[in-house]
Design a protein around this ligand. Structure first.
Ligand code: AMP
Ligand code: MN
Ligand code: MN
Ligand code: MN
Length: 279
């Protein structure tokens, strides 16, 4: 039996990736991906082009989105898979979630100006593919461009993160709203890269329990946003809480992500993949 290569977490320039949706599809396909989801931040407008390109190349396409939420004062990402991207409540909810991003971008630029980095709003804007979706990633690319840092990863260590210049707190959707939007659109809710949040074990357990109670189905286990030692850790937690397991690179740009399509390992054998009953 051939093992399918499944990648259920990727970004295009409709959010903070650099490639157009069709080019992300092409890149994934060339790297051997058989089943692929586009999961732009708070946006579904890349889906028609992504679907057309994926199907033209013979990949199975899965509709997706990555919703920014605030839980216990932290930003958490909830991926929705197999959603109807035309569902009105989902479309309206995402539009509402996106609406504060431009003002936040202006405030980020004001803060950066205070530490001597001028013109960051205009600088970041050059990298923005969707005017509704200005992201910290676009600022990070600008800071690399001007030589303030050597990589976007370094930018997030020195700037744009809590306690650092250019961090502007933002209140996103709630966990409950995100799960309702996803389930209301016929989809499956997945906690993205749970190992990346700075929760205590207790708080993380509360997040998992609340998510489960709201109708959440899965957590990401193997993701480009986890370290390899987190794969078995989150596999065990998925089983403990009765979650299915998801897998995806969290691809943003060639050479920018920690892991490329071909290098991401498969899910550990002891979990049930989120796609176990899809085909
Ligand atoms: P935003 O939604 O505008 O707050 O931006 C969040 C995005 O910034 C994430 O989706 C990542 O693409 C990127 N990001 C956040 N933290 C890091 C990090 N430590 N290293 C690289 N990229 C990061
Ligand atoms: Mn991103
Ligand atoms: Mn994320
Ligand atoms: Mn992502």
């Amino acid at each position: 039996m051939t093992v399918m290569k499944v990648d259920l977490h990727c970004h295009s320039n409709v959010s903070d990736g650099v490639l157009a949706p069709a080019a992300v599809a092409e890149t994934a396909c060339k790297a051997g991906v058989d089943v692929w989801a586009l999961t732009d931040h708070d946006e579904v407008r890349g889906i028609p082009a992504a679907r057309a390109a994926a199907e033209a190349q013979g990949m199975r396409f899965v509709t997706g989105v990555e919703i920014s939420i605030t839980w216990a004062k932290e930003t958490v990402h909830i991926v929705g898979l197999q959603i109807d991207e035309n569902n009105q409540a989902l479309v309206d909810g995402l539009a509402c979630t996106r609406s504060g991003r431009d003002n936040r971008g202006r405030e980020i630029a004001n803060q950066l100006a205070l530490v001597g980095i001028e013109g960051a709003y205009e600088g970041a804007l050059k990298y923005v593919g969707n005017p509704d979706l200005m992201s910290r990633t676009h600022f990070a690319r600008f800071l690399v461009e001007i030589g303030a840092c050597a990589s976007t990863a370094e930018v997030f260590k020195k700037y744009l993160s809590e306690g650092k210049p250019g961090y502007v707190p933002h209140c996103w959707a709630s966990l409950e709203q995100s799960v309702q939007w996803i389930r209301g659109a016929g989809g499956i809710a997945v906690i993205a890269h749970p190992g990346r949040y700075r929760f205590t074990q207790l708080a993380q357990g509360e997040l998992f329990s609340e998510f489960k109670q709201l109708g959440g189905t899965a957590i990401e286990v193997v993701t480009g946003s986890h370290t390899p030692d987190q794969y078995p850790e989150y596999a065990q937690l998925a089983n403990h809480y009765g979650f299915l397991a998801s897998r995806g690179t969290d691809f943003h740009a060639p050479g920018e992500s920690r892991v490329d399509f071909a290098a991401l390992p498969p899910l550990p054998a002891n979990v049930t993949p989120v796609w176990h009953d899809w085909f």
